[in-house]
Write a protein of this length. Structure first.
Length: 496
């Protein structure tokens, strides 16, 4: 039985008093699916994809995303680098309001950002503000000059910093944390798996928002979500069952696009296998078969951590050594374990890798073991696993360092426990390099180190996949898979 997130339930109950008006026949209601119950709807504390989807409707930062997933002005009317690129200057839109009508001012960003980085908060996304300079008392060097002017001072001119500002974790915070700054606010909750949002009349762009009500329903599995969609009770799914990709003709309502996300296996580098063994295990995986036949929904084989198409990305490599090049001369342990979080896709991928390794290394016993997601997540981050653990990462914004920095020493998501001072130094240099060509060279160096050292085995790149009802207009496929409800509208169907 799934755990019911207490924070979410408390938030829903607290906001029922803000309830929506009764819908009219002209009310536009959008029904969206989620792959999990959001564990938190506090932008400072949330960390899951499901939470981010909902929070992007509820909150807006200085910058936001347009329908194509590109960076756009949010609560900021304008912004600019200082001449020496030591800081950024933001001017907020005039007369901004919280969802209850109270003024939203630059000081609300100060409150939110200082809370995000406070050690006692323990926020997962605190690292988004790592480039910001610190004062002597340890607080961020940020300044609300007045109600509309906000300055951010950086340790160095980090090239990707503006991209970070569209993340919900960097949205402002009211004295009452239940208030929202985005296009919607929470109206009520019918159950622990359903959230209802209503249009926020105090949002600065309220007159451009067509959808009046957004209902989010969380599903434990994709088959139940699909059945709900087929019954007509859902407009957009968060997932698409594998069987829909098996025919010669794909469903007309299927939306599929490249996605900035990667699936990979992490070795436990705290007691590492020899590098030659790690490379041999990596080389023995037929990624083409894995991506196109085992998963088979448009995923692409991955020989690197960085997906194709990222800004300053598009890193290309020679293929890994073939199976025959490594099998005869590589010593294998007697047993190796693959740990994965319980799901059908994870299971079939683990079985496929198990079979590939058994065929290539007959004396190697390959054990696969599944655990509940939260249990495995905690164990992997603490290094409490044997062999390898299945991981994935999805970019929050368009920059290769979203993936490469996963393996820096001490990074929160470095479940491999990998540590390489040369790699760390290259990543540190890439963070502050402002020349695009030089930065690309540094990114290539970092990826090559990972390629040669093999602390992880990239398997395949994700593909964004949803079923979107024909009555939904405004949906634009994009590699960040960002689809804010305020960019969508509902159109009349012929004969309906």
């Amino acid at each position: 039985m799934p755990v019911k997130p207490i924070l979410l339930l408390v938030t829903i109950v607290s906001l029922i008093a803000c309830g929506a008006e009764s819908p009219t026949p002209d009310t536009q209601v959008l029904r969206r699916g989620l792959s999990a119950v959001p564990a938190s709807l506090d932008p400072v504390l949330a960390r899951s994809v499901a939470s981010a989807v909902v929070l992007s409707d509820l909150h807006e930062g200085l910058l936001t995303r347009d329908a194509d997933g590109k960076l756009a002005l949010g609560l900021a009317e304008s912004w600019a680098w200082s001449p020496d690129r030591s800081h950024l200057r933001f001017v907020l839109r005039p007369d901004l309001r919280w969802s209850d009508g109270r003024p939203l001012v630059a000081g609300d960003f100060v409150r939110a950002w200082q809370m995000l980085v406070a050690p006692e908060t323990g926020a997962f996304y605190a690292d988004l503000l790592a480039p910001v300079a610190r004062l002597e008392d340890g607080l961020l060097h940020i300044d609300a000059v007045d109600e509309r002017h906000f300055n951010v001072y950086l340790e160095s001119p980090v090239a990707d910093f503006p991209e970070r500002l569209a993340h919900p974790a960097l949205s402002p915070r009211a004295a009452d944390p239940l208030l929202t700054s985005g296009a919607y606010k929470i109206a009520s909750g019918r159950s622990d798996t359903t959230l209802e949002l209503v249009r926020n009349p105090n949002y600065h762009g309220a007159d451009t928002v067509a959808i009046d009500v957004v209902t989010y329903t969380s599903f434990d599995d994709e088959q139940t979500e699909y059945a709900t969609y087929r019954s007509g009770d859902l407009d957009i799914t968060s997932r698409v069952p594998r069987q829909l990709f098996r025919g010669d003709v794909l469903p007309p309502d299927l939306r599929r696009a490249p996605y900035f996300g990667v699936v990979y296996l992490s070795f436990n580098m705290r007691e590492p296998l020899p590098r030659e063994t790690r490379r041999a295990l990596s080389a023995a995986i037929d990624r083409e078969t894995l991506a196109t036949l085992v998963v088979g929904r448009g995923e692409q084989p991955a020989f690197s951590l960085v997906p194709s198409g990222m800004a300053n990305g598009d890193l290309t490599y020679e293929p890994l050594p073939t199976k025959n090049d490594v099998a005869a001369s590589t010593t294998m342990p007697s047993e190796i374990k693959i740990n994965y979080a319980t799901s059908e896709e994870n299971r079939v991928v683990a079985l496929a890798v198990q079979q590939m390794w058994r065929e290539q290394f007959p004396t190697l016993e390959v054990v696969i073991e599944n655990q509940e997601f939260r249990v495995l997540l905690a164990a992997s981050r603490e290094g409490r696993f044997e062999g390898l653990v299945r991981n994935s990462w999805i970019a929050d914004y368009d920059d290769p360092l979203q993936f490469l920095s996963l393996l820096t020493t001490g990074a929160p998501s470095n479940s491999a426990g990998y540590s390489n001072s040369t790699f760390d130094a290259v990543i540190a240099a890439a963070r502050v390099e402002t020349d695009a060509e030089n930065r690309a060279d540094l990114l290539q160096q970092a990826e090559t180190i990972i390629f040669e050292d093999a602390p992880v085995i990239p398997l395949y790149f994700f593909v964004a996949k949803h079923l979107v009802h024909a009555r939904i207009a405004g949906w634009q496929d994009n590699a960040l898979d960002v689809h804010l409800s305020r960019h969508l509208t509902i159109t009349p169907m012929a004969g309906g």
